[in-house]
Design a protein around this ligand. Structure first.
Ligand code: E4P
Length: 217
């Protein structure tokens, strides 16, 4: 399972990347806003740091304009994945990019039907947003499961990139289902290391060690 980091915070990406936890990065217009940085500048910095795919999202809504924006974004670095929304125009742009050999991440996917179209249009990644599905009281991981079955039935090569991941349980569920990639905020990835019994056990070991009066160094 690949880990992408869902952020444009370069310090957070560096910390995880130095530990070998980063297989790629996803950004979106909201994350660029949060970073307070220029999209081209911050995306270039991320691409220089991370060797895997870095998703940069177009903001045009019409296919021709999306293609122009995507081509500009693709020039930032060879590891750019152009992110397009799952609309008819987005699928049109996806097909055009894929025909040029460019990697495309089709984002804002909320149904298996949409995921089929993205695969047919040559997407390298499909991004189902599981947290936002949970927000409207459905189960986002059911969608990952449906897409996994469908893609496996037909050997579609598009990778399932579980997005809008909000918790450690989301990551575990996606891993059990067999999502190819999970993109999660740095806080979720870091909280995967926490367990109350680890803290409790460590506390007991420290207390007992102090009672021995010994030192290792
Ligand atoms: C994915 O590529 C998106 O950037 C992201 O996962 C959206 O997550 P959110 O629903 O928490 O904004």
């Amino acid at each position: 399972m690949k880990f992408f980091v869902d952020t444009a915070d370069t310090a957070a990406i560096k910390e995880l990347n130095d530990l070998g936890m980063v297989d790629g990065v996803t950004t979106n217009p909201s994350l660029i806003l949060k970073s307070g940085r220029d999209i081209i500048e911050v995306t270039k910095e991320i691409c220089d740091m991370v060797s895997g795919p870095v998703s940069a999202e177009v903001v045009a809504l019409e296919a021709k304009a999306m293609i122009a924006e995507g081509l500009k974004l693709s020039k930032i670095a060879p590891n750019i994945a152009i992110k397009v929304p799952l609309t008819w125009d987005g699928l049109t742009a996806c097909k055009a990019f894929a025909s040029e050999g460019l990697k495309v991440n089709v984002t804002l996917c909320f149904s298996a039907a949409q995921a089929i179209l993205a695969a047919k249009a040559g997407a390298a990644f499909i991004s189902p947003f599981i947290g936002r599905i949970d927000d409207i009281h459905y189960d986002g991981t059911d969608l990952i499961e449906d897409i996994r079955i469908i893609y496996d039935n037909y050997a579609f090569e598009t990778e399932i990139l579980a997005a809008s991941v909000r918790s450690v349980n989301h990551v575990i569920d996606c891993a059990k289902i067999g999502a190819d990639v999970v993109t999660a905020p740095p806080s979720v990835i870091k909280s995967m290391a926490s367990h109350v019994l680890t803290d409790k056990g460590l506390d007991q070991f420290m207390k007992d060690w102090a009672k021995t009066g010994q030192k290792i160094i």
